[in-house]
Design a protein around this ligand. Structure first.
Ligand SMILES: C[S@@+](CC[C@H](N)C(=O)[O-])C[C@H]1O[C@@H](n2cnc3c(N)ncnc32)[C@H](O)[C@@H]1O
Length: 765
């Protein structure tokens, strides 16, 4: 009934669309609950097209084997199989084939896809084949999906890590990343029969420092670090000129892709040497775009920046003419219109000690859930219970030439560059200064390499560590003493008074977030220790600022490694994605969609546990805060539940359970898992009383999809009322679909929106 258009934008094949339409899938659910794209393997999958409608065999990261007809996939390798089954291997019985029918496999879980040779396959006697069940290969955090494929397919069984790494480097024709190093080391350990020894050694380590030291020995034994070759970063005139040319192509009157043009000019600005003609021309060209976008104030500012640099004399007249035209326009247009930003307010009195949290929330702890939040009053759909700002945050790399690295605002017409690196831009001198004082002075020389070497989850470990260091004014002794004074078993954010809290105390609440270290396998711990070793080596090798802070003190370096190691464990478990609503008119009919803005660490939101049938959603606000909004009634005494990317409407029970166990180390026993709630297209419909009209009306929903604020404001109370009245009948199609519509209202009213939208009539987007 709702949202069928959304389907087309995720999956480009009409065949899949018709398949799922017929089953009534609401695709925005998929959009909203699948993990963020950067969390998933984003392999280029053009080769996959040839497999469509053929039988394929897929090995997933959690070690399962699915066979079925490939019906389609999207750019993040979410796969749709039809007539599928799972092959379960065992050493004591033949291969079991569990029939699944239509089955969706999430992109982040796909390790290998290959076409099945049916002529060979059909001759196999499955009952007589024995095979070891596959081990999880853990691709969830791999940045590009490439190594998994290399790792599993590689026939080379060399016991010498240097040989395999060298071979891999030649084969990939590009530098290795940190995951490559880990996966090759792990394979070598297994081939050499050293797994037991390594496991025993890790078990014998009683501190993080000992784990890192032991893994460092293994890394050094194999000479692994020489394969990490950071390229460094810096200004580059020829690249700056090339970017400007790309900008000019987009600016051409027949193309008029103005936002794209600005993105290229911004890259040119970031790459240009300070006080260069290239820099001046890039600013001047950006001023031309501003003029076309009728942003006259910004145009004047860009003209000023161009003139501050050696702009070619023979072109100065052109600038002066543009300047005069701008001034005329400004005089005749009056002041610029200011768009209203709506910030949700807490629905109940704030907690006197934690003003960003409603006073009805309490923190509890038990052996099943660890720490968790409960409400001491009934909550209703639409209630706002938390509005929290992040301690540390990281901008998505693909937005680096559109958004400010510090405040994340997409003020792309007025970004200024970092004075040293080519990877970071800011919206103002103020943000540039704050970023440098906070994290950037340490990260500046290595941030570009870090984005190549690590995924964003692991980069959050870096950012949280650099923020921790700056929180203590760079004084590593003080930071160490502070950490040593924390009683981890007894500290949580509800124990602190946030009204006058110091940044150091805020860091304490981040420091004690769950690491799940006890549940981590030796392979997992090795992986994270390698990340900490590689990251700190690159930092110590290139970051002058960090070397100044550490001096000759080896214990300072040790502290940095330990913090990165710790946050490489806390980040994947606790970090939250920051999202914005993008506008992409040619991405099929669904013009607005949630995209990744980055990620952040949050002391209070991190206390919320998961359910596959959650009762709240998170929305990233323009202020950079994240709000928790209730989307299903919660009774007094009930626990608040977030969704960690595994929703019963979208994922089958076994997929959810294995995914949550692999990523978050717990066995989910939520209501949806206990009662095996159906997938969305199998949900029952409820019979509404004759006086109740279903609140989703197609015309209004269409306007919501177009992000019409008035419709969102009008419909939100209706949707909340419906959910609050019929929420007791969950799970049912009616409540789930209205929850989706309510989420869209939250997004229209409160979520960070792209500024591009403002230019939809002036520019091709
Ligand atoms: C973001 S933290 C949530 C707060 C956590 N309970 C704590 O004590 O810090 C995520 C971790 O909490 C635990 N967790 C989350 N949801 C859970 C659930 N439904 N049942 C049991 N444990 C859960 C898992 O250990 C998971 O890795």
């Amino acid at each position: 009934m709702l949202n069928v258009q959304l389907l087309k934008k995720r999956i480009n094949f009409v065949t899949i669309a018709s398949l799922l339409f017929s089953k009534g899938v609401v695709f925005s659910l998929i959009v909203n609950y699948l993990p963020q794209p950067s969390q998933r393997a984003t392999t280029t999958m053009s080769g996959l097209e040839s497999y469509v409608n053929n039988t394929v065999s897929i090995i997933t990261a959690d070690g399962r084997n699915f066979v079925g007809t490939l019906k389609g996939f999207d750019q993040t390798v979410n796969i749709i199989l039809d007539e599928s089954h799972e092959r379960v291997y065992s050493m004591t019985a033949g291969i079991e084939q569990v029939v699944l029918g239509l089955h969706i496999i999430r992109g982040d879980n796909v390790a290998i896809i290959g076409q099945l040779d049916e002529s060979v396959d059909s001759k196999l006697d499955f009952s007589s084949i024995r095979g070891m069940p596959l081990e999880p290969v853990g691709c969830i955090f791999h940045p590009k999906g490439k190594s998994i494929i290399c790792t599993v397919f590689r026939s080379c069984q060399s016991k010498n890590l240097q040989l395999t790494l060298g071979g891999l480097q030649n084969k990939q024709k590009m530098p290795l990343d940190a995951y490559d190093l880990y996966s090759e080391l792990w394979r070598t350990v297994v081939i050499n029969g050293q797994l037991e020894q390594l496991t025993a050694a890790l078990k014998g380590c009683s501190t993080d420092s000992e784990i890192i030291r032991y893994i460092r020995q293994v890394v050094d034994e194999h000479g692994m670090l020489e394969f990490i070759k950071p390229k460094g970063d810096g200004k580059d005139e020829s690249k700056a000129i090339a970017c400007r040319k790309r900008g000019n192509e987009c600016f051409h009157p027949k193309v008029r892709k103005y936002v794209k043009a600005v993105e290229h000019y911004n890259e040119s600005i970031a790459l240009a040497e300070a006080n260069s003609e290239t820099l001046a021309i890039a600013y001047a060209n950006r001023s031309a775009v501003c003029f076309e976008l009728q942003e006259y104030e910004a145009c004047l500012e860009n003209i000023r920046l161009a003139r501050q640099n050696p702009y070619p004399e023979n072109l100065l007249g052109k600038l002066a003419k543009r300047e005069a035209e701008c001034q005329n326009k400004l005089q005749s247009n009056g002041g610029a219109e200011v768009s209203e930003i709506r910030e949700p307010k807490l629905s109940y009195k704030p907690n006197p000690s934690i003003p960003h949290v409603s006073d009805c929330l309490e923190l509890k702890e038990d052996s099943q859930f660890g720490r968790y939040l409960v409400t001491n009053r009934n909550l209703s759909a639409g209630d706002v219970v938390i509005v929290e700002k992040p301690f540390s945050r990281l901008l998505a790399a693909q937005l680096r030439y559109l958004n400010c690295d510090y405040c994340h605002q997409d003020v792309f017409l007025s970004l200024i560059p970092c004075e040293s690196c080519s990877f970071t831009m800011f919206c103002s001198e103020d943000c540039r200064k704050k970023a440098n004082e906070g994290y950037h002075s340490v990260e500046c020389p290595i941030i570009k390499d870090m984005h190549f070497l690590f995924t964003k989850v692991i980069l959050m470990a870096l950012r949280t560590t650099t923020m921790a260091i700056s929180t203590f004014g760079g004084n590593l002794d003080e930071l160490r003493l502070h950490i040593e004074s924390i009683d981890e078993s007894n500290l949580h954010p509800f124990k602190l008074d946030w009204t006058g809290i110091s940044p150091q105390e805020v860091y304490s609440t981040i420091h004690v977030l769950a690491t799940n270290q006890k549940q981590r396998t030796p392979g997992d711990l090795t992986q994270r220790a390698i990340y900490a070793i590689v990251m700190s080596e690159v930092l110590f090798g290139k970051s002058q600022r960090l070397n100044e802070l550490c001096g000759d003190n080896e214990s300072h370096r040790d502290l940095v490694r330990q913090l990165i190691f710790r946050h490489a464990q806390t980040a994947p478990v606790n970090m939250h994605s920051l999202m914005y609503m993008d506008y992409a008119p040619d991405a099929d009919e669904e013009q607005f969609r949630q995209e990744s803005l980055g990620c952040g660490s949050f002391p209070i939101l991190s206390m919320i546990n998961h359910s596959c049938a959650p009762n709240l959603v998170r929305v990233t606000l323009s202020s950079g805060c994240v709000a928790a909004l209730i989307n299903r009634p919660v009774k007094k005494g009930g626990q608040l539940f977030d969704n960690y990317g595994y929703h019963h409407c979208l994922d089958a029970l076994t997929d959810r359970q294995s995914g949550l166990r692999a990523q978050y180390s717990f066995k989910c026993e939520c209501e949806a898992c206990r009662k095996n709630y159906p997938l969305y297209f199998s949900l029952k419909r409820i019979e509404l009383p004759p006086n109740v009209v279903h609140p989703i009306n197609n015309d209004e929903f269409e306007r919501l999809r177009e992000h019409d604020m008035q419709t969102a404001l009008n419909k939100m109370p209706d949707y909340c009322r419906f959910i609050n009245t019929f929420g007791g009948q969950y799970p049912c199609y009616d409540v789930s679909s209205v929850q989706e519509a309510l989420l869209r209202c939250f997004q229209v009213i409160f979520a960070t929106q792209t500024r591009k939208l403002k230019y939809k009539d002036l520019s091709s987007l």
